[in-house]
Design a protein around this ligand. Structure first.
Ligand code: FAD
Length: 487
């Protein structure tokens, strides 16, 4: 089956009867539910881009097995050019969503492309698991399926020392093995895009805390979101049913986050990719290099988001007439720095990419990881800058209805600036507000702080991969020069 259209994606969601709960009610059809439908339409638009004659060549490639054109984020890049092609494709999607849909389907497509190529990693102790992951990758590529993923266990208590406690009765674990598969029970967070996905992937990047060699908590599998016993509990929707004028982002890009409950869910054997093996589960992201590939997807999203926020800031200062003030320029320059740094790291990761042991062209680990680390603090700061530039203008945002009310003429007269009409000013600042002040915008900040795990874990990863010895050696050499009384 070739790359899907938006219609096919939406029909796929309708066809699977899933347990999605939102505000105390079971959602019958996510494609028509007022809190979820617009988000589903935005994802559908991404799929439609695969069929746009002007973009088709950049969005798809020829499947090595079926010969059909399939989504380019599924590609296993073998050359730097293929890595760059994949980035171009991901940037098209990210720019379409203004970088506001972090979990567009390419995130998981890239993960499984890496894992499919590195199937030997999964096969080390159980050869069948390698075959399972390779076949699953081909299956989702050929059916162009949408995946959510859930990595973190709910934590009942944080008093126990160590991060990510695995508490009996709460954390997801294997209850038993049967002829048909494994039965799992527990709760996981946080499945972004969960209600809008065909499948859910469950694995874990958290591994120093799993120290035994074999553990019922050490798992890696994927199942349809319609699997019996699986329940998604959504947070409140930030799509409040308002117009694109009033809520420009919330009315389009609600990707939704959900807690996932597993009530004795059967995972068929062919969908199990790792089981019990703490060592392999612990090292999956690092050793298969999926960590670098997902960061590459994240970098494309970050670039699109930086560009968009900077664009809004530039228009906001032009509208208010404060663009030339020295501290506006200082703040705009900081946004420019983040934007260009993000692009530079992404390019460096591609330029220094190398083939790994599976023949996959892997983005250079350090610069690509830095795009992820940096954005955890850069994005909140970018939002802060936007607030500093706009000040009370974030509150001078009457709704579309106010323009039609008896106060309309006052609004039109008094809210105009030297550079723009009242309507254009408000339209722009409602967008800036949806980035910097609304519930949609706050969630974006939280997302960037935490979606790639907690900042502590990322800092530790950076410490683990940074080539420290070379720098220390240089300082040692300098010190010994001084000991010898040189220079
Ligand atoms: C909007 C959003 C979307 C997300 N989407 C997904 C998704 O799609 N899939 C997915 O799997 N996950 C997702 N996540 C979850 C994300 O992986 C976690 O939020 C992240 O890993 C942090 O875990 P936690 O929330 O349980 O934080 P906690 O463990 O509660 O940590 C909270 C804070 O305490 C600190 N802390 C905790 N323990 C210690 C300690 N022992 N010592 C010092 N400091 C400590 C942490 O550094 C952190 O700052 C999402 C999160 C958000 C906010």
């Amino acid at each position: 089956m070739p790359a899907r259209t938006g219609q096919e994606y939406l029909r796929g969601l309708q066809a699977q009867e899933r347990e999605i709960w939102l505000r105390g009610e079971r959602v019958k059809d996510v494609t028509t539910h007022p809190g979820l439908a617009a988000g589903a339409r935005s994802i559908a638009k991404l799929y439609d881009m695969q069929h746009d004659p002007a973009l088709r060549a950049e969005m798809t490639y020829v499947s090595p097995t079926s010969g059909e054109r399939v989504g380019l984020s599924f590609i296993v890049p073998r050359t730097r050019e293929e890595l760059e092609r994949r980035r171009t494709m991901m940037l098209h999607w990210a720019r379409t969503t203004c970088g506001m849909v972090g979990r567009s389907p390419d995130f998981m497509n890239v993960t499984y492309a890496t894992w499919g190529a590195a199937a030997d990693y999964f096969a080390q102790n159980r050869p069948e698991f390698g075959e399972n992951v390779r076949r699953y990758y081909e299956y989702i590529r050929e059916h162009d399926l949408t995946l959510t993923h859930s990595l973190i266990n709910l934590q009942r208590s944080r008093t126990v020392s160590g991060t990510y406690n695995l508490q009996e009765g709460t954390a997801l674990r294997v209850m038993r093995e049967t002829d048909a598969g494994i039965v799992v029970r527990g709760a996981r967070v946080l499945a972004t895009l969960g209600p809008l996905s065909d499948e859910i992937a469950v694995y874990s990047p958290r591994l120093p805390q799993m120290t035994e060699r074999h553990s019922p908590f050490a798992i890696n599998f994927a199942i349809p979101t319609s699997t019996r016993g699986l329940r998604f509990l959504c947070r409140e929707s930030f799509d409040l049913g308002r117009s694109h004028f009033d809520h420009p982002l919330g009315s389009r890009f609600e990707e939704m986050d959900a807690i996932v409950f597993f009530d004795d869910v059967l995972v068929p054997w062919e969908r199990v990719f790792l089981l019990g093996d703490v060592e392999l589960v612990n090292r999956t992201a690092m050793n298969t290099h999926s960590m670098a590939h997902t960061a590459h997807q994240g970098a494309a999203k970050n670039v699109a988001k930086c560009e968009f926020v900077l664009g809004v800031a530039l228009l906001a200062t032009e509208t208010l007439g404060n663009a030339q003030l020295p501290h506006s320029e200082e703040r705009l320059a900081e946004l420019m720095l983040h934007t260009e740094l993000m692009k530079a790291c992404m390019r460096a990761a591609e330029a220094d990419a190398q083939l790994d042991q599976w023949g996959v062209m892997c983005p250079a680990t350090l610069p690509v990881e830095i795009t992820r680390n940096l954005f955890m603090t850069a994005y909140p700061r970018m939002v802060e800058i936007l607030q500093l530039l706009g000040s009370s203008s974030f509150m001078i945002i009457p709704s579309e209805a106010d323009f039609e009310s008896p106060l309309g003429p006052d609004v039109e007269q008094y809210l105009a600036t030297d550079n723009t009409t009242a309507r254009d000013r408000v339209k722009l600042f409602r967008l800036a507000w949806d980035i910097a002040c609304s519930s949609f915008g706050s969630r974006q900040v939280l997302y960037e702080r935490f979606f790639a795990s907690d900042p502590l874990a990322r800092a530790r990863t950076l410490n683990a991969i940074y080539p420290k010895e070379e720098l220390m050696e240089r300082v040692r050499a300098f010190l010994s020069q001084a000991d010898r009384g040189e220079g």
